[in-house]
Design a protein around this ligand. Structure first.
Ligand code: BGC
Length: 831
């Protein structure tokens, strides 16, 4: 073993890698550039190379197989991390992921997602961090450092301008050079240049007419100016060409399925259409990655972080609370006295969305819902639960604790994959009735049979059914109750939220069919679902859920029951949120309104109980027409598997809601400056240029419901004595300082935000823009002198193909959000 540190480029390492490369013939080299299967690259024993394994991310590590028998930690999603505004938290987040990856035998975590919340209508924004490039860039870099400290690669994605989902495989983002540099590329830059990410994923979409896996942006600035020496990985099945993609700076095609490289690429080299040196460069990058993650014999992996592992579930709880944003608080929170009775209301209270839908989904162990969190935390309170409105996704997974495998006579679900001739290809006992196989189904399987015995815990009228694409039949106690074919594209949805042409929605938001069933406490029912896999819309991947929900309706009765419970309780907690039909990979939103009658529910509860706390379980903004009448509004995002515990601790005041909005929350859709913007003729025009998010709201002179940076916490703050250097040199970073005093009676967290403005500039500038921030924590009465770094780039503009540092006076405004900036100073930039 050598003592090389492969995370640092060196001649010695390069010589070793070249030596291995030299042992491979063309076919062997090309083989290393496409997936061996869905999740890994091929091994090559002749050069001591083992297979490199990828895992989705980015808010957990699924591993090659998502399996409830080996659950993954489910951290709060990307927008929740964005809301912490805290780079130390982001580094710890990455640290947890690095440890998870080692536990799950993954070498590369496919995250962070570094796309921007360009418009609030993006259906996958829960995965990305913010609307602001600087906030995103700093948090993403820390996240990458946290992971890679474990010798596990991070993979910033999706490079670049993949900020919407509709037609994401084919559409082109038409972006001006300045916006590309100052926003969309800038969001990636720190993760590459400072944190030195070892892998980057190219996006499905095109930029300015060229699909990203063939786009020059992979070379410039990524591999040239930014010095990226890692692997450019494709998004799954994104690469469609042989020569054009191989001749671009795309290095690796994933997965094996539908890869246009392989033999076709060998031939392209033999025929001189692709140079062998191009292949060599790609293979060298793969070998460099292998060295870094410890997949190459004879090279020690990059350092593995020492230090004691934090208790994973408590960190998930802490992250959940750190990210929660208290938007409004009319002296309601925290509860100094535990309420004697709490009416918990809303479908998301019982079945919380702890994570978003799509490839980001991991299979966690127990998820603590708000209802369960409150019941555990307030054992002496009388706690009622009412849905109030029908469940937006019709059914929830069957409670694992109530399932029995009638064949194996153990807890769980009996699963059998069989071939057309009836041969059993795989038979196993699973613990959950919600299962997915991502490229891991047995080859040749044509039928999937799931069998379970469900013993209800209470007597009630329910909807029982299946969520799956393709042809399925469901029988209950031997009688066929469902026999249908459906796909996500054809199904539509109850809340009207789903409109998709993306085939992956069949996995992430599969169509639901359910029938009414009278369940009797303690009396089991036998459920058998049979899927005809030959009718499944996607090859090799399949997802199915057998589920139930308390029978919906009549709607007026559900509402009346919730209102009565709210009126009778000391406090009402209404949990509202989006569903997998409104926020998931492959989907953009058609409306920012809460789906399925939830606004009317909140209104009715507010009228019934003046002490109503509204909890918003969404990954990105929703309209809240009632917000200024609630006694408190708390955004919990997709808060991870301990979201209910974190919520209860925040309500009780044991933890402070530490989040600040990483993205602007509109009050009404008409005012949204960058709207839904569907592709037209395959193009999305980023016509707003550098003004997205709060910059766009300011430019338009419109007022959102809650502005960028807003969040209350539980204490009060005063800022004074702003000191700014009078003159700085253009192109060099500087810092300013300010005294921050905790004027309340609780310890707390404050985010000191600095915005820059330039009254008259030679180029167009936003009205003001985020230039830096610092997180400070202080005890009651404590005053802290806080330094805020302003990176050199904060005042720069991209002009004529380079960064331009305009000289003269810039205003610096300091405060607690983009709209609350009590302190101001001027800095003069010299040349
Ligand atoms: C997503 C990626 C993901 C990949 C593998 C794609 O559809 O866009 O983010 O990492 O699938 O699951």
């Amino acid at each position: 073993m050598s003592s090389l540190n492969p995370s640092i480029p060196s001649d010695e390492l390069e010589a070793k890698l070249c030596e291995r490369l030299g042992k491979l013939d063309l076919a062997a080299k090309v083989r290393l550039l496409s997936g061996a299967d869905f999740w890994s690259l091929p091994a090559d024993d002749s050069i001591g190379l083992r297979s490199i394994v990828f895992s989705d991310g980015p808010a957990g590590v699924r591993g090659e197989v998502g399996d409830e028998r080996n659950p993954s930690l489910n951290l709060p999603s990307g927008s929740a991390l964005g809301a912490t505004w805290d780079v130390d938290v982001a580094r710890r987040y990455g640290d947890v992921l690095g440890r998870e990856a080692l536990r799950k035998n993954a070498d590369v975590v496919l995250g962070p997602t570094i796309n921007l919340h360009r418009s609030p209508y993006g259906g996958r924004h829960f995965e990305a961090m913010a609307e602001d490039p600087l906030l995103t860039a700093r948090l993403a870099a820390a996240y990458v450092e946290g992971i890679q400290a474990h010798g596990v690669a991070a993979c910033p994605k999706h490079y670049v301008a993949n900020d919407y989902e509709i037609e994401r495989h084919t559409a082109s983002s038409e972006v001006g050079e300045r916006a590309l540099r100052e926003l969309y590329l800038a969001a990636f830059e720190d993760a590459i240049v400072e944190a030195r990410a070892w892998v980057v994923m190219s996006a499905y979409n095109g930029v300015n007419g060229v699909t990203m896996s063939e786009n020059d942006l992979l070379r410039d600035p990524l591999k040239t100016e930014w010095g990226f020496d890692g692997v450019v990985l494709s998004d799954w099945i994104a690469v469609k060409t042989t020569d054009a993609s191989a001749n671009s700076a795309q290095d690796v095609v994933m997965p094996d399925l539908l890869s246009p490289w392989g033999d076709a690429l060998v031939e392209a080299v033999r025929e001189g259409r692709v140079a062998e040196s191009t292949i060599d460069e790609k293979v060298l990058r793969v070998l460099r990655l292998a060295a870094r993650v410890g997949a190459l014999d004879g090279v020690e992996p990059a350092s593995r972080a020492a230090g004691e592992a934090p208790e994973p579930l408590s960190i998930v709880t802490e992250l959940g609370a750190e990210s929660m944003v208290l938007l409004r608080n009319a002296d309601e929170l925290p509860w100094s006295l535990a309420p004697a009775s709490i009416a918990v209301i809303g479908p998301n209270a019982m079945c919380a969305r702890s994570q978003g839908g799509g490839s980001a989904t991991v299979v966690p162990g127990r998820v603590i819902s708000p209802l369960e969190g409150l019941r555990q935390h307030f054992p002496d309170a009388s706690i009622s639960f009412d849905m109030g409105v029908p469940a937006p996704t019709e059914i929830f997974p069957l409670d694992r604790d109530l399932l029995g495998d009638p064949v194996a006579e153990t807890p769980g679900v009996h699963v059998v994959f069989s071939a057309a001739d009836g041969t059993v290809l795989l038979e196993e006992v699973r613990l959950s009735a919600e299962l997915a196989w991502m490229g891991t189904m047995p080859e040749g399987a044509t039928t999937l049979t799931m069998q379970t015995r469900y013993t209800p815990a209470i007597t009630q009228r329910c909807d029982v059914g299946v969520a799956v694409a393709g042809h399925v039949s469901l029988s209950i106690d031997g009688e066929t109750v469902i026999d249908r074919f459906s796909t996500a594209e054809s199904a539509g949805s109850r809340d009207g939220g789903l409109e998709t042409s993306d085939i992956t929605a069949n996995i992430f938001a599969p169509p639901v069919t359910a029938v009414p069933v009278d369940l009797v406490e303690g009396t089991p029912i036998d459920l058998v679902a049979v899927c005809d896999l030959t009718t499944a819309p996607l090859p090799m991947v399949h997802a199915i859920m057998i589920g139930m929900a308390p029978r919906s309706g009549p709607d007026e009765l559900m509402l009346a029951e919730a209102v009565a419970a709210a009126a009778a309780a000391e406090v009402a907690v209404v949990v509202v949120g989006t569903s997998s039909r409104t926020e998931s990979e492959g989907i953009d939103r058609t409306s920012l309104a809460l789906p399925g009658g939830q606004d009317a529910l909140v209104e009715a509860v507010l009228a019934a109980n003046p002490r109503t706390v509204v909890v918003v379980n969404a990954g990105s903004p929703v309209l809240m027409p009632w917000h200024d009448r609630a006694s408190a509004v708390l955004v919990t995002w997709f808060g991870g598997q301990r979201t209910g515990t974190a919520l209860a601790e925040v309500l009780a005041g044991e933890r402070e809601p530490g989040g600040r909005l990483p993205t602007t929350w509109p009050g009404d859709e008409q005012a949204v400056p960058v709207g839904p913007d569907r592709p037209v003729d395959g193009k999305v025009h980023y016509a707003e240029g550098i003004d997205i998010g709060h910059r766009a709201w300011l430019k338009q002179g419109a007022t959102p419901a809650y502005c960028f940076g807003h969040g209350l916490g539980y204490t009060t703050w005063n800022m004074s004595d702003l000191t700014v250097p009078t003159e700085v040199v253009g192109g060099e970073p500087f810092s300013l300082s300010v005294t921050v005093r905790n004027t309340g009676d609780r310890p707390g967290k404050h985010v000191v935000q600095v915005y820059a403005a330039r009254g008259s500039s030679e180029v167009s500038r936003p009205v003001r823009w985020l230039a830096g921030w610092s997180v400070v924590r202080a005890d009651p009465g404590e005053a802290v002198r806080v330094e805020v770094d302003v990176p050199a780039r904060s005042l720069a503009a991209w002009v004529d193909g380079k960064w331009w540092y305009e000289t003269g006076a810039f205003d610096l405004l300091v405060g607690a959000s983009v709209d609350e900036l009590p302190l101001q100073a001027t800095v003069v930039v010299g040349s």
